[in-house]
Design a protein around this ligand. Structure first.
Ligand code: 6PG
Length: 474
C-alpha cells in the first residue's frame, strides 16, 4: 500500500510526489483531471513504480495505508476548503490532511479545529524552495499535532533539503504555526529582494554600471557575508542576455512586480501583533508602487526626473562596492531582526513556543532565503544565552556597529539624488529608533492628553497616570 497520498499535480504537487518517490516512498496520486494523473505517472520514468495513479478519491483512500496521510497541493484559499471537504468524506478517524500550500495561517487554524471535530488531523505545512526545491529538497515548516506529524515526519525529513547533514524539516508548533512561519519567511524574502533591487538601482542609475559588471559584483558578494541563494541568482539574472535583442534580459522586463499575498499577510500579522516590520512593509509597498507604472511615468514628467547620478563619495567609486555590500548587510540584519521579532511576538500571543533557533536552522537550505547568514542566526540561538532582538545579539551587534555607517551613507546619498531606497531607509530608521534612549513619544503623549485626556506617565512618578494642565487648553 502507498505510504502517502497526494492530491493536486500542479508544478509543486508533481515535484513533491517525485521527490517522495525518489526517496523510496510509494505515493498514491490524484488530480481532478484524470488524464493529468496518467500523464504524470507515464512521464515519471523509473519513479513510476513508486506512484499509484488514482482516478478517484475513493481509489486514493483505498490505496493509502491507514492512518492515511494525504497531501493537498492546490491553490491557497477556497480551493483548499473545497478539496479538503471532499477528501475528508473519503477519510476516516485518525487520517491526516496535509495542506502544503501557501495558506493564510488563520485559515489553517480554522481547518485544524473543523477537522478535529471529525477526528481527522490537519497539518499546515509551509514548503519553500519553488519548483526545484519541491523536487530535490525544500525547507519544510510544519504546524499541527505532534502525533500526526510523527506519522509523516520521516517522509518530510527525507525529502527536505539538508544543511551539513541536518534535515531542513521540522514541526515548529501547533495549528497554524507552520503556515505562519512560512508567511514570515516570505515577508523576509520580500525584504531581501527589495534591498537587493535598491542596491541594483544605485549601481544602475546612480553609478551607471553596465549590467554585466553588476553581475560580477553580486557574484563576488556571494563569496562573502551576503552569501545566499538570492544574491547568487541575482548574479545569474544580471548576467543573462536576451537572445532576441542581445540586450541584458533585465533591461527588457517591465518594471512592475507581482505578488501573491504572503508578503502583505506578514505585514498585516505584524501590525496585529504590534511588532514593527518596517523593512517588510517597505518592500510590500514598493511592489505596490511598482505596479502603478502609468502614474509613475506621468509623475516623472510632472516633477521632472530625479538627478540620480551620484557625485558624492559613492559616485567617486573608491570603495563604493564595499560600502554597498556593508549597507546591504546592515539592512539585512534589521530585516531579519524584525522577522524573528514578529515570530517571537506571535509565539507569545498564540502560546506556540516557536523554536526560533530551529526555524533558523530549517531556513539554512532549501528555501528561497537560504544563506550563510541564517547559519549565524541559528548559532546565536544555539549559544544558550537568551536572545532578544537579533540586533542586540552577537555577532549581529558587532556586524551592525561595523556596517551601519555604510547603510547611512548609502541612504543619504541615494536620497539626495532621488534614488528611492525605501527598504534600506526603513532599516536605517529602525536601527536609529531602536537605539534612541529618549524618543519623541513624549510629545505624542502630550498631544494625546491635550486632545483626548488620554493621560501620560511622568518620569518622576512612574506607574501613575498624569494629565496636563496645558496652557490655554480649552
Ligand atoms: C518559496 C516562495 C514561494 C513563492 C512565493 C512568491 O518560499 O518557495 O516564497 O512561496 O515563490 O509565493 O511570492 P510572490 O508571488 O508573492 O512574490
Amino acid at each position: 500500500m502507498a505510504d502517502i497520498g497526494l492530491v493536486g499535480l500542479g508544478v509543486m504537487g508533481a515535484n513533491l510526489a517525485l521527490n517522495m518517490a525518489e526517496k523510496g516512498y510509494s505515493v498514491a496520486v490524484h488530480n481532478r483531471t484524470t488524464s493529468k494523473t496518467d500523464a504524470f505517472v507515464a512521464n515519471a520514468g523509473s519513479l513510476a513504480e513508486k506512484l499509484t495513479p488514482c482516478p478517484t478519491l475513493t481509489a486514493l483512500a483505498e490505496a493509502v495505508d491507514p492512518p492515511r496521510p494525504v497531501v493537498i497541493m492546490v491553490k491557497a484559499g477556497d480551493a483548499v476548503d473545497q478539496q479538503a471537504d471532499v477528501l475528508a468524506g473519503h477519510l476516516g478517524e485518525g487520517d491526516i490532511l496535509i495542506d502544503a500550500g501557501n495558506a493564510n495561517f488563520h485559515d489553517t487554524r480554522r481547518r485544524v479545529r473543523v477537522y478535529a471535530e471529525r477526528n481527522i488531523d490537519f497539518l499546515g505545512v509551509g514548503v519553500s524552495g519553488g519548483e526545484e526545491g519541491a523536487r530535490h529538497g525544500p525547507s519544510v515548516m510544519a504546524g499541527g499535532d505532534p502525533k500526526a506529524w510523527a506519522r509523516v515526519e520521516a517522509i518530510f525529513t527525507d525529502i527536505a533539503a539538508k544543511f551539513a547533514g541536518e534535515s531542513c524539516a521540522a514541526l515548529v508548533g501547533p495549528e497554524g504555526a507552520g503556515h505562519f512561519v512560512k508567511t514570515i519567511h516570505n515577508g523576509i524574502e520580500y525584504a531581501d529582494m527589495q534591498m537587493i533591487a535598491e542596491i541594483y538601482g544605485i549601481m544602475r542609475d546612480g553609478l551607471g554600471l553596465p549590467t554585466e559588471e553588476m553581475s560580477g559584483i553580486f557574484d563576488a558578494w556571494n563569496g562573502g557575508p551576503l552569501k545566499s541563494y538570492l544574491i547568487e541568482i541575482t548574479a545569474t539574472v544580471l548576467g543573462t542576455t536576451d537572445p532576441r535583442t542581445g540586450k541584458p534580459l533585465v533591461d527588457i522586463i517591465l518594471d512592475t512586480a507581482g505578488q501573491k499575498g504572503t508578503g502583505r499577510w506578514s505585514v498585516i500579522e505584524a501590525q496585529h501583533l504590534g511588532a514593527p516590520a518596517t523593512v517588510i512593509e517597505a518592500a510590500v509597498a514598493a511592489r505596490n508602487l511598482s505596479s502603478r507604472k502609468a502614474s509613475r511615468v506621468a509623475d516623472e514628467a510632472l516633477f521632472g526626473p530625479a538627478p540620480r547620478k551620484l557625485d558624492g563619495a559613492l559616485g567617486a567609486r573608491e570603495g563604493a562596492m564595499t560600502v554597498l555590500e556593508e549597507a546591504m548587510l546592515a539592512g539585512k540584519i534589521a530585516a531579519y531582526a524584525q522577522g524573528f521579532a514578529v515570530m517571537a511576538q506571535a509565539s507569545q500571543a498564540f502560546d506556540w513556543s516557536l523554536p526560533l533557533g530551529t526555524i533558523a536552522k530549517i531556513w539554512r537550505a532549501g528555501c528561497i532565503i537560504r544563506s550563510s547568514f541564517l547559519d549565524d542566526i541559528a548559532s546565536t540561538y544555539d549559544s544558550g544565552s537568551a536572545v532578544g532582538n537579533l540586533m542586540t545579539a552577537e555577532p549581529f551587534t558587532g556586524m551592525l556597529k561595523a556596517t551601519q555607517a555604510s547603510l547611512r551613507r548609502v541612504v543619504a546619498e541615494a536620497s539626495l539624488k532621488g534614488i528611492p531606497v525605501p527598504a534600506l531607509s526603513s532599516a536605517l530608521a529602525y536601527f536609529d529608533f531602536a537605539r534612541t534612549a529618549r524618543s519623541t513619544a513624549d510629545l505624542t503623549q502630550a498631544q494625546r492628553d491635550f486632545f483626548g485626556a488620554h493621560g501620560f506617565e511622568r518620569i518622576d512618578e512612574p506607574g501613575k497616570e498624569a494629565h496636563g494642565p496645558w496652557s490655554n487648553a480649552t
